[in-house]
Write a protein that binds this ligand. Structure first.
Ligand SMILES: N[C@@H](CCC(=O)N[C@@H](CSC=O)C(=O)NCC(=O)O)C(=O)O
Length: 292
């Protein structure tokens, strides 16, 4: 560790590498933030590609690293995983902890413009700029080979940060993303409070709008369970499908029969997503992980 700004709180041996939890001061959010990281065994010998995971509503930096099973595949491909918390916390803002879909655990990966949220809820800047800079200065990350993926609210986050910054991300995928937050109850509630009532300001956080307006063609991989309880009201994968078809944007949308919205679904297809990112990030060959 060379960065005094980051404080290690936990370390666990895992698949030949290390799972670690950190806390640090965030300038973007003007409060301490937390993230988890998996350092694959290959990181002991040099720089490795880095893949950011953006979690969904109610999650902290722990859910993904504890429940997704991604470390096995990241160890095989030699990919670093980084999973930030989903919002600032403990700020005593009015309504901050009143609902699972707003405030704590529901940062929506945007920069709030409305008081009092705009003083801290700047998750877009945090995820796109501040955290990658901190990771690059602290860990052996090959920043030229950066990918991003996520789930639900975090799937929305992954799609929107990648669509807006194709020069920063070489790969993007999502599990059951909120594809059109401006049309969904979760999105309307959050965007109204964080961004205000002028819906034109919401568009830069709408994946189905961004695919229509970007010139880039970074391919999208999306898995969606057909038994997901949120598919119709909140996620609306067909809005993304329609937008991609209209502008000939490259989308692989896989409907997975019988899967719900949970980490049981995510862990089932995690191997596919790691292989997808490994290929796009230029990883040559996977080394099956075995106990030495
Ligand atoms: N509590 C709510 C729904 C909470 C939920 O399903 N959260 C998902 C993400 S949903 C979209 O962003 C999640 O990842 N939960 C954490 C976990 O470990 O499963 C309700 O009960 O309706």
């Amino acid at each position: 560790m060379t960065n005094e700004n980051v404080e290690l709180s936990e370390r666990h041996r895992c698949f030949g590498g290390q799972v670690e939890f950190y806390r640090h001061w965030s300038t973007a959010c003007n409060t301490p933030m937390r993230f988890s990281i998996f350092l694959p065994p290959q990181a002991e010998h040099g720089k490795v590609p880095v893949l950011y995971w953006l979690s969904g509503l109610t999650c902290t930096e722990e859910n993904f690293i504890e429940k997704s099973g991604a470390q096995r595949y990241a160890a095989e491909h030699g990919i670093m995983l980084v999973a930030p918390d989903t919002s600032p916390r403990g700020l005593n803002l009015p309504g901050e902890d009143d609902a699972y879909d707003f405030g704590s655990g529901a940062g929506f990966y945007l920069n709030a413009t409305q008081a009092p949220w705009n003083a801290h809820y700047r998750m877009y800047d945090y995820v796109v700029e501040e955290l990658p800079a901190l990771i690059a200065s602290t860990f052996p990350a090959d920043v030229q080979r950066t990918g991003v993926f996520g789930h639900s609210m975090g799937g929305h986050g992954a799609l929107t940060v990648a669509l807006r910054n194709p020069e920063r991300y070489r790969s993007v995928s999502a599990f059951a993303p909120i594809c059109a937050p401006s049309l969904s109850p979760w999105g309307k509630k959050a965007f109204s409070a964080y961004l205000g009532s002028d819906e034109s300001t919401w568009q830069k956080y709408n994946a189905h709008h961004l695919v229509r307006s970007t010139a880039s063609r970074l391919p999208l991989l999306v898995d969606q369970g057909t038994a997901d309880q949120f598919i119709t009201e909140q996620l609306m994968p067909w809005e993304l499908e329609k937008a991609c078809r209209e502008v000939d944007y490259p989308l692989t949308l896989r409907f997975q029969a019988g899967f719900d919205h949970s980490y049981y679904f995510i862990s089932t297809f995690m191997r596919d997503h790691l292989a997808y990112h490994a290929s796009a990030l230029g990883v040559v060959g996977a080394r099956p992980w075995t106990v030495a």
